[in-house]
Design a protein around this ligand. Sequence first.
Ligand SMILES: NC(=O)c1ccc[n+]([C@@H]2O[C@H](COP(=O)([O-])OP(=O)(O)OC[C@H]3O[C@@H](n4cnc5c(N)ncnc54)[C@H](OP(=O)(O)O)[C@@H]3O)[C@@H](O)[C@H]2O)c1
Length: 114
Amino acid sequence: MKLLLFGATGMVGQGVLRECLLDPTVEGIVTVGRTATGAQHPKLQEIVRQDLWSYADVAPALSGFQACFFCLGVSSAGMTEKDLLTVARHCFPKSVLESKDIRAAAVRNSKPQA
Ligand SMILES: NC(=O)c1ccc[n+]([C@@H]2O[C@H](COP(=O)([O-])OP(=O)(O)OC[C@H]3O[C@@H](n4cnc5c(N)ncnc54)[C@H](OP(=O)(O)O)[C@@H]3O)[C@@H](O)[C@H]2O)c1
């Protein structure tokens, strides 16, 4: 199995990367992010870039995956509801944001509006 991982340097992404490298069913993992993880492993290939919106120049390296982990993001802990929804608009499809249940779950940890 070949996997793609965004946000491998974060708290969640580091854990995903570690488990994937240990898993014998994973043949290879490609990470994409603005910072290198610093990890060295025969199964690991890292794509480090500042522009995370366009990938035409690395297209050949971004194919043949069976799964993708998208762990890139910011923690909602302590964020105001307004800021959280601004971030979410960049991260999630409109259909997800329009779901009342998902929206309620997302703002549960945020600070009340001032
Ligand atoms: N931690 C939890 O318990 C938890 C629980 C549920 C959901 N989540 C969600 O999971 C996601 C990751 O959480 P985390 O705790 O792992 O966060 P984290 O430790 O802050 O890691 C964030 C990751 O996203 C990257 N990143 C952040 N802002 C970026 C930007 N503007 N451009 C490019 N890369 C950026 C970071 O890269 P750099 O290393 O380059 O900064 C890092 O790889 C978030 O969406 C969070 O809301 C987390």
